[in-house]
Design a protein around this ligand. Sequence first.
Ligand SMILES: Cc1cc2nc3c(=O)[nH]c(=O)nc-3n(C[C@H](O)[C@H](O)[C@H](O)COP(=O)(O)OP(=O)(O)OC[C@H]3O[C@@H](n4cnc5c(N)ncnc54)[C@H](O)[C@@H]3O)c2cc1C
Length: 334
Amino acid sequence: MVAKNILVLGGGNGGTIISNKLRRELPEEKWNITVIDGDNRHIYQPGLLMVPFNLDDPRKIVKPRNKFLKPGVNFVQDYALLIDIESKKVTTKRGHVFPYDFLVISTGCSVQPSVDNGLEEAMGGNAFTFYTLDGAIALSKALKSYQGGRLVVNISSLPIKCPVAALEFSFLADWYFKKRGIRDKVDIEFVTPAPGIFAKPKAASVLTKIAEQKNVKVRTNWCLGTVNAQEKWIENIRGDERIEYDLLVSVPSTLGDESIRNSGLGDNKGYIPTDPHTLQAKGHGRIYVLGDASDVPTSKAGSAVHYQANVVARNILSEVNDSAPAPLYDGHAT
Ligand SMILES: Cc1cc2nc3c(=O)[nH]c(=O)nc-3n(C[C@H](O)[C@H](O)[C@H](O)COP(=O)(O)OP(=O)(O)OC[C@H]3O[C@@H](n4cnc5c(N)ncnc54)[C@H](O)[C@@H]3O)c2cc1C
């Protein structure tokens, strides 16, 4: 008997959890489980928020990916380029072709500064992001030599992963500059396209008070149009309001993976239309979407991925046993 194939694209949070869960339940002689990820480093992303303030060591938040995968899960270091839904095959950057019986897409999302006018050119000069490992390390150096001025923490557009991380950064910056004894020389402003400081009203009212106590100015409903690194300002999308900065900490626009867009599976930002309850790709049998890659209306967060992985595992196991997938996911993220 030839074993069937469960193919998992992306071996981050979602890809790791689902592969290990399914490996526990499915016999190796009947089911191959293969994870494809082009990057062999598993980066613990919440640690990226700590790196700029020297509260975490970059070497400690990066581990080899296969350290987390159970024996019996195959790991292939390669990038998926194209998903052919008709023939149920995935072609990779190295030219390999992987057939699948079930496909789990967990390719996440990533910041793309080139999407925002002027931001890419500003990066590494007076603008930084802590959403990548290199960016977080560069920002820690920039903060160390910063002697004061206007620090603007800006989210370019929504959605982003970990929606609260930029606000946390602003609060940590208050602590960091106090510790360095130069808080009175730094103005901190948090600028977001969201209508409020936080989505949930009770938490929003508490966080607003904390921002006031910490003297962090909050500007909402502000969508980025342009970054001018030379003149050190950002302008809103309507072009009628500018904010000056000395140091810009940016969460650039975020997109789903290119392979999703190339395969015609994504919306205009590369997120996959996904049934919010069964977590199946809409209109595509035997394809499940897990985590940040989907358009499910919940937080793009590791905590949400954890709950979603339970549902995807249950539904794949149901289908393996010839039962229908069930609408089990309720948007849970905490
Ligand atoms: C600064 C920061 C702080 C955060 N803090 C928190 C927090 O406190 N709590 C929380 O719950 N969440 C937090 N998150 C969010 C959390 O890390 C993500 O939501 C979570 O990792 C999503 O899991 P995922 O599997 O969908 O994607 P990821 O874990 O990002 O994994 C995606 C994987 O897919 C791979 N990949 C992409 N494209 C391809 C391709 N074409 N072929 C093969 N492989 C591919 C990538 O290399 C990557 O390994 C934070 C994120 C950041 C950036």
